[in-house]
Design a protein around this ligand. Structure first.
Ligand code: HAM
Length: 434
């Protein structure tokens, strides 16, 4: 009996304790939700201007969707995936990115048979077990777009222009596009051999992580952030020296297409990106105000991914993703965030609780007109309701009083001017609240 009691007591304590969000995750509270609505509306508008259609897939997938595509030796797969075995014994993973999941969905739903170029966009939450810091979360959001079936650099350029228009449409103007090529499969193989030769010659000085990656995936060492590797990487051979003619031609054509676009361009021959599925063009959008996490978007071409994930058909593809939290951070730092406040059109004040029914009826009529209408839910005094209407910044108040209802009218007050007028109840449906 005593034991049971103690157990109950400790449960009670547990129950009373405040529970916090998981580290690296954030609540999006009402005061910022308008920023999100704004950026989301721009994603929808600009994507549709380019003829891209939205796709939504589940937020978790079979683990191999990601391990087979992103690369076993990458940080994402190695260290950052939220992977667990479900109750049926299946290994599942919260999606760390969209490209692999989108490719899975396109193959599974045979979407490629329906068009010659398939252009898709997405927005949603993604999950990576990273060390949280400014601009780096464990649940974050991406907007992204993928252009499937075109093997030509015009499609690489198009996705860059789409990204650029999205970024500008939400108010970010100061950024640069860093780009590079990883070449075709042949060039990449040559480059891999060059890197192997070089890293083997300095292997005693490499970090443990890099040493482990050396034989399987020396390319990954290039984006190591470990102090011990940084100098070694600085002297590593460049991909440009291993490119064959086809790869060089592709790269030059891409460069020519983006040359006069007004985007600040920087060719960075060391840019390799943190995912293994790329070939040919890779790129990142960077903004100096983000500090260590200066890249707020990235993408590239991935011509082999479809076959890697089981497609019988080879599908040339290119795309990118932008980090929404990082873009909002840039806007906040530049104080250029457009904040649309949630301002009610009308606040209805009932002079007694007996009149709440009439208030609700008027509210229903006005809401049906598309107006934002607040009614009192606290049974407050007229004075307190008026204070609340002011606090909310309501444009109009409607006063519903016994005398007025007896005469089938209400009083309408325009808050900015203080001017008041009587409005017959039958006319409230037409009253110009604007
Ligand atoms: P990614 O470079 O891994 O590429 O991610 C794209 C963007 O997502 C980053 O530039 C960053 O803004 C944001 N991001 C990534 N991790 C975090 C994090 N932990 N916290 C906050 N933001 C983060 C991809 O995901 C590829 N799927 C892009 C792509 C699409 N390539 C071809 N198509």
């Amino acid at each position: 009996m005593t034991i049971k009691y103690t157990f109950y007591d400790s449960m009670k304590n547990e129950r009373g304790k405040m529970i916090q969000t998981i580290r690296g995750t954030k609540d999006l509270l009402p005061d910022v939700i308008n920023q999100w609505h704004f950026v989301e509306s721009q994603f929808r508008k600009v994507s549709s201007n380019y003829g891209y259609s939205e796709i939504r897939t589940p937020i978790f997938e079979k683990t191999e969707v990601f391990s087979r595509s992103i690369g076993e030796e990458t940080d994402i797969v190695n260290k950052e995936m939220y992977t667990f075995t479900d109750k049926g014994g299946e290994s599942v993973t919260l999606r760390p990115e969209m490209t692999a999941a989108l490719v899975r969905a396109v193959i599974q739903n045979s979407l490629l048979q329906q068009s010659s170029t398939l252009k898709l966009w997405y927005f949603g939450p993604f999950f990576r077990y990273e060390r949280p810091q400014k601009g780096r979360l464990r649940q974050f959001h991406q907007y992204g777009a993928e252009c499937l079936l075109s093997p030509y650099p015009e499609s690489d350029a198009e996705v860059v222009f789409l990204a650029n228009d999205i970024i500008k449409s939400i108010g970010i103007n100061d950024y640069a596009l860093f780009y590079n090529t990883l070449g075709n499969a042949e060039s990449r193989k040559n480059y891999r051999n060059e890197l192997l030769k070089y890293f083997r010659s300095v292997k005693d000085n490499l970090s443990t992580d890099s040493l482990n990656r050396l034989e399987n995936n020396p390319l990954r060492i290039l984006d190591s952030k470990d102090e011990r590797d940084i100098d070694i990487v600085r002297n590593a051979p460049l991909i440009t020296e291993s490119l064959d003619n086809e790869s060089l031609d592709y790269f030059r054509s891409f460069e020519a297409l983006i040359e006069n676009s007004g985007i600040k361009l920087v060719h960075n021959p060391r840019l390799v990106r943190g995912l293994d599925y790329y070939n040919h063009i890779v790129f990142e959008f960077q903004n100096s105000s983000l500090g260590a996490q200066d890249s707020f978007g990235g993408g590239g071409r991935y011509n082999d991914l479809f076959e890697q994930l089981g497609s019988k058909q080879s599908v040339p593809a290119v795309g990118f993703a932008l980090g929404v939290e990082r873009m909002l951070l840039i806007l906040e730092q530049n104080e250029s965030l457009k904040l649309q406040e949630n301002i009610p059109d009308v606040f209805i004040i009932a002079t007694s609780t007996d009149l709440l029914k009439q208030s609700r009826d008027i509210a229903a009529i006005l809401r049906a007109r598309g107006l934002q209408v607040i009614v009192d839910l606290q049974r407050r005094s007229v004075k307190a309701q008026m204070r609340e209407a002011n606090r909310n910044g309501a444009k109009f108040t409607i006063i519903v009083g016994d005398n007025e209802i007896a005469r089938n009218i209400v009083i309408v007050k325009e808050m900015a001017t203080g001017s008041q007028s009587e409005c017959p109840l039958a006319n409230i449906v037409h009253y110009p609240f604007s």
